[in-house]
Design a protein around this ligand. Structure first.
Ligand code: ARG
Length: 372
């Protein structure tokens, strides 16, 4: 894989830690808080300031988030990583299909949710929110360019789901369910999405070479995981659950591989014993992530304080950590990683942290078997 040059795209990335050379960083332009819809409502925390309101996000927050994302992109470029940016579509437009209607879309953040890079393939996820149904269009100019430049690039799109009401459990739609009941439901693997049709978001998938680890939760159902399994016949696909998470969407503030043999696990969302076997048998260590530096997420944010562990690994010895997350940075240092501080907290509300707001295009290295 040493024939990489910044001039011509090569798509190649098999895991979350090999040296990063080319990446996509999202944009906050025109991002919206979408109107109510089943899967989104189930995720918005019950005490959130976002309940009951929708529309374009305040312009000053958009400008601030873009400033931070631009600076992050420049920081990556200064370290020799090529950075591409998407072309935002008009998120204020409604989305209507024969099966559903929503009055606005979501945004062009975060790319990790939509694009799953596996080797020379970038797969557009089905998504599971109606407001995110057209989100792949933000990345189509880049996908087209990659397709022109890299003769081996496989641009794939998972079957678009219907997203009718049959895709969602009504039980999740009452206003006050209470955290206790939510935790019980998570433990019982009863989520807002049904098994009507395959659904998955790309950010529920972690890549470990030959193995793909996929969180079963609100945004990815078992049929979605089965679809991924059939789509990547040369991979082993593992479904995982984290019973401590009352709002289980997207795995990357829960389980974070840093390098071969080392994973951070959110101490409130412990991987169950029976799902640890493959890691333990192969000598991998799963350590508790450090505590977040904040006790509440910023305003109008979907995510929890655990975006602290949503780090972007640049290579097995170097990791980008959000600047205010001092405990996480300290832990990285103890684990022998060089820390690159990145100011991103004011962009958290747009869908996540450093891992979320990026999508891999090229990492050095090939497909290894870490769990023989
Ligand atoms: N569900 C996570 C939390 O609130 C946030 C994950 C964000 N990740 C993403 N790819 N958008 O802790």
């Amino acid at each position: 894989m040493s024939n990489w040059t910044p001039e011509k795209t090569i798509v190649n990335s098999w895991n979350e830690w090999d040296p990063l050379r080319h990446v996509i960083v999202g944009k906050a332009d025109n991002c919206h808080i979408p109107p109510e819809e089943p899967a989104l409502d189930a995720k918005v925390p019950e005490d959130s300031d976002m309940r009951g309101q929708w529309g374009k996000r305040p312009q000053e927050t958009i400008d601030r988030a873009n400033e931070l994302l631009d600076t992050f992109a420049d920081q990556l470029r200064a370290r020799g990583v090529k950075v591409d940016r998407p072309t935002p579509i008009d998120h204020s437009l409604p989305a209507t299909t024969p099966d559903f209607h929503t009055d606005s879309q979501f945004g062009c953040m975060p790319p990790r949710d939509v694009l799953l890079t596996v080797g020379s393939e970038i797969l557009e996820a089905t998504m599971s929110y109606r407001c995110r149904w057209f989100e792949y269009l933000n990345y189509r100019p880049l996908m087209q360019q990659y397709w022109e430049e890299d003769p081996n690039f496989r641009h794939e799109s998972a079957p678009k789901p219907r997203l009718t009401d049959a895709d969602y459990h009504d039980d999740y739609l009452s206003e006050k369910i209470g955290v206790e009941k939510r935790l019980q439901w998570t433990a019982d693997k009863f989520f807002v999405t049904t098994e009507e049709e395959p659904l998955f978001d790309a950010a529920d998938v972690l890549r470990f070479g030959r193995d793909l680890v996929v969180q079963h939760g609100f945004t990815t159902n078992l049929k979605g995981i089965e679809w991924i399994r059939r789509h990547f016949p040369d991979h082993r696909v593992h479904a995982v659950n984290f019973p401590g998470d009352p709002y289980p969407i997207h795995i990357d503030a829960t389980f974070t591989p840093l390098r071969p043999g080392l994973i951070l696990n959110n101490p409130q969302r412990r991987l169950p014993d029976d799902q640890r076997v493959m890691f333990e048998k192969n000598g991998w260590e799963i350590v508790d992530a450090a505590q977040p530096a904040h006790n509440a997420p910023p305003a109008l944010c979907y995510s929890s304080v655990w975006l602290s562990m949503n780090v972007l690994v640049l290579d097995p010895k170097t990791v980008c950590v959000e600047k205010s997350e001092v405990y996480q940075a300290e832990q990285m240092d103890k684990l022998g990683m060089e820390v690159v501080e990145v100011d991103l907290r004011d962009a958290y509300a747009f869908g996540g942290g450093l891992h979320c707001c990026t999508a891999d295009v090229y990492r050095e290295g090939g497909c290894e078997d870490y769990f023989p």
